[in-house]
Design a protein around this ligand. Structure first.
Ligand SMILES: [Zn+2]
Length: 421
């Protein structure tokens, strides 16, 4: 049985050049006594934009594991796959993030919804859950509405889960995550409970579940939302999961997966406290901000790498609209804050790096500049060998930035405690 450990951390490596620098951060954390399992994730959309194949992620990870002598576990996540996209990931992935967001809200046959309610009278009325301050009070109509909203999504998850299990030689041979984060409305803890019961009934052996949390999770920048509400809901979600595991026989290691979009620094102390209180596990998925560390390293090289970083920004500025469009719901670029290409051309590489590097409160940090570049990785992909060659020529300075970013700005505050900066 392939079982995901209590703590795991998803990293993206868009150009398959930083697995070693990423893994180094896990080693530094392990040296301080905290074992966190690395999971390299890449979605079909990223592969399509970059023109890469899923096997390249495993190959890069394997090489890093061998080079650093990593003796711990590690996984390769087929991120946000659906039935149409899963097949190309089957040979190289052992972790599958089953994305069912598109089916949320599709009207379910009422007979099936009524059958669910009849099977689960315990969900209706007052439901006390250990660790949740006030009992959930739900009517049959509430359950009807929530089950109706999620039932077809869960059926979809079941279909994809069985599809993978058949091709991987059984459900014990892979780790399944169910993701519902890429949808409009967050799932409240009572809704999460219904979803988990639906998943248990459907036989989906999920080891992680990625709900959409309250607040905005923009790509590559900090959380925007009500921290107190997030903390309450996060705690309640943990309690709901523990309840569902005990009551409905879901995998004992089922845990929350936070699709963070990277850099949710203000949430890290909250998550850290919640895990300490509850003993719960966590999977946290960062977005591909490692590629921004590549750009930072190239800029700091002050040579050809710096010139290429500026050229990518110039092109990004010319295509703000089309680069942003696929990410409209997860970025907030203030056009007024974007420096002109001429201004940036006049910068030293170090200045480019400081505008891009995410140190909240740093006077030169520019969140709009960072978000625009974050969604501009297609432009680097178009440079092909030129970009990769510069990464290779400047490997040391790029790797230093990649490792430091993951270790100091993410792992230390999440797993050791400490400030971001
Ligand atoms: Zn996600």
């Amino acid at each position: 049985m392939l079982t995901l450990e209590r703590l795991s951390f998803g990293v993206g490596d868009r150009f398959a050049h930083q697995a070693r620098a990423q893994l180094r951060a896990f080693q530094m954390l392990a040296a301080r006594g905290v074992e966190v399992v690395p999971v390299w994730n890449k979605s079909n959309r990223e592969h399509t934009f970059i023109g890469s194949e899923p096997q390249s992620v495993r190959t890069a990870a394997e090489a890093a594991v061998a080079a650093l002598g990593w003796g711990g576990k590690w996984h390769v996540d087929a991120d946000h796959i659906r039935i149409e996209t899963v097949d190309r990931f089957l040979p190289s992935s052992d972790f599958f993030t089953i994305d069912v967001a598109d089916s949320i809200g599709r009207p379910a046959p009422s007979a099936e919804v009524e059958a669910f309610i009849a099977k689960h009278p315990e969900l209706v009325g007052s439901l006390s859950i250990a660790g949740v301050a006030n009992p959930f009070r739900t009517t049959a109509d509430d359950i009807r509405r929530v089950a109706g909203k999620y039932l077809l999504a869960v059926r979809d998850a079941g279909r994809i889960h069985r599809h993978i299990a058949e091709r991987k030689g059984g459900e014990g041979n892979f780790i399944a995550e169910v993701s519902m984060d890429e949808t409009d409305a967050p799932q409240t803890p009572p809704e999460l409970l219904v979803v988990l019961v639906l998943l248990a009934d459907e036989g989906v052996r999920a080891q992680t579940i990625a709900p959409k949390f309250t607040g905005r999770f923009n790509k590559g920048v900090d959380y925007v939302g009500d921290l107190a509400q997030f903390e309450r809901e996060f705690d309640d979600d943990l309690a709901v999961i523990a309840h569902a595991v005990a009551r409905y026989g879901l995998p004992a290691n089922l845990k929350l997966s936070v699709h963070s979009g990277s850099d949710k620094f203000s949430l890290y102390p909250i998550i850290r406290r919640a895990l300490a209180r509850s003993g719960a596990g966590l999977h946290i998925k960062t977005a591909g901000t490692t590629w921004l560390e590549e750009l930072i390293g190239l800029a700091e090289s002050e040579g050809e790498g710096s010139a290429l970083a500026k050229e990518i920004y110039r092109q990004a500025l010319e295509h703000v609209e089309e680069l942003s469009a696929p990410y409209a719901s997860v970025i907030d670029i203030d056009r007024g804050q974007l420096p002109s290409a001429a201004t940036v051309d006049g910068w030293q590489g170090g200045q480019f790096a400081r505008a891009l590097r995410h140190i909240p409160g740093h006077p030169e940090f520019n969140a709009s500049f960072r978000q625009l570049l974050h969604v501009s990785f297609k432009l680097a992909a178009k440079k092909g060998r030129t970009y990769l060659g510069l990464l290779e020529a400047n490997e040391a300075i790029v790797a230093k930035n990649v490792t430091e970013n993951i270790y100091e700005r993410h792992m230390v505050p999440l797993f050791l405690g400490g400030t971001v900066g």
